[in-house]
Design a protein around this ligand. Structure first.
Ligand SMILES: *Cc1c(COP(=O)(O)O)cnc(C)c1O
Length: 360
């Protein structure tokens, strides 16, 4: 039968492998500091009285709540099955397979390229500069791309994007391409959002998610924010019932005034914990902190990263190896966990160095 699959599968899919998500890489584990999830598991109740009905395509409670939270109009917003679905819809709506391309700036989030490749869309790469700032000139020399993806704060470098640079890119592509600013981590650096700038840039698109600061990765709920005409085009492509009813109920509840207050309190805790973890990791002579800490993770370089990673994984402490990414040789990324998890990580690293004889 596999010969039938070989015969029928789309040519562009042959070289691809399933995405190595944090969940797929390690089935076991005790401390999950590898997927930038929140350590807080908040309680929600669900009402099953309408589960016999199809849900609304864009549930009012979710749209109203998120529009108010983000400070945009309802027509400038679309809710999706995670921000990842937003990425795919942008590519499917605005790029023609076999003809068009997107532009990405590695090292960055992996799903832009993966979504493009599964849709047979080209991927142009303009690497970030050595300090992880945008290569604005390099980006603007690509005039034959349809969608430019910029992650801010960037995953996995934790760096923010200079306002002036993004402004230049948006203006350069005004009549040429959409510029997508992925704000998956914006709650950890809230002053730098672009969501209040839609009126200035017709080609600006913003991605958001409930998976990170909102502590709802298991929900699969994200948002695309853009001017009305961009949202109207995306609505042609989105599935009729993308948001399951229980997801809509929980998302609407997460967006209540009270729960937004809780979100801010949890972000404050994580930012304080991030400062503590950054300081503690910096104290290891062998580690070089890399990038910045504008999101809920820290990145560091260590020549023995493979052995350290194996040591931690064996003890159920899961962090993320980023060493295959461009310019991130020997780099490991750690998600900020609970104080207990972060303490355990630091203890394990101490143990590792005393056992291997390496000095602190
Ligand atoms: C986690 C992440 C996403 C995906 O968010 P989901 O809503 O869980 O699909 C998108 N972009 C970046 C940069 C991320 O790190």
């Amino acid at each position: 039968m596999s010969s039938l699959v070989d015969q029928l599968i789309n040519d562009n899919l042959i070289p691809l492998k399933p995405y190595e998500s944090a969940r797929r890489l390690y089935a076991g584990g005790q401390d999950w500091l590898n997927a930038n999830e929140s350590p807080f598991a908040n309680h929600y109740d669900v009402d099953s009285s309408h589960f016999n009905r199809y849900p609304s395509c864009q549930p009012d409670g979710v749209i109203n709540g998120y529009a108010a939270y983000a400070g945009v109009e309802k027509g400038q917003l679309m809710v999706t099955r995670g921000a990842d679905e937003g990425i795919e819809l942008l590519i499917r709506t605005f790029c023609t397979p076999g003809e068009d391309s997107i532009l990405i700036c590695p090292p960055t989030y992996g799903m832009y390229a993966i979504s493009a490749e599964t849709c047979n869309i080209g991927v142009k790469k303009v690497p970030l500069k050595a300090d992880f700032s945008l290569d604005v000139e390099g980006i603007c020399s690509n005039n034959d791309v349809n969608v430019v993806f910029i992650c801010a704060p960037n995953n996995p470098t934790g760096t923010q994007v200079a306002r002036q640079d993004l402004d230049t890119v948006l203006r350069h592509f005004t009549d040429k391409a959409l510029v997508v600013v992925d704000e998956a981590y914006i709650e950890f650096d809230a002053d730098n959002t672009w969501a209040n700038k839609l009126a200035d840039y017709p080609n600006l698109v913003i991605l958001r998610t409930l998976s990170k600061a909102f502590a709802l990765a298991g929900l699969r709920c994200g948002f695309t924010i853009a001017n009305d005409d961009v949202i109207a085009a995306l609505m042609k492509v989105i599935a009729p019932y993308p948001i399951p009813d229980p997801v809509a109920q929980i998302a609407a509840e997460a967006l209540s005034k009270e729960n937004i207050g809780r979100l801010h309190a949890q972000v404050d805790i994580l930012n304080a914990e991030k400062a503590r973890l950054t300081e503690a990791l910096s104290a290891f002579e062998e580690f070089e902190m890399v990038g910045d800490t504008k999101a809920n993770y820290v990145l560091f370089r260590y020549a023995g990263c493979k052995a350290l990673m194996a040591y931690l994984v064996e003890r159920g402490m899961l962090i993320r190896d980023q060493s295959k990414q461009l310019n991130l040789e020997n780099c490991l990324r750690v998600t900020i966990g609970s104080p207990e998890q972060d303490d355990r990580l630091l203890q394990l690293i101490n143990d590792y160095f005393s056992q291997t004889g390496a000095s602190k």
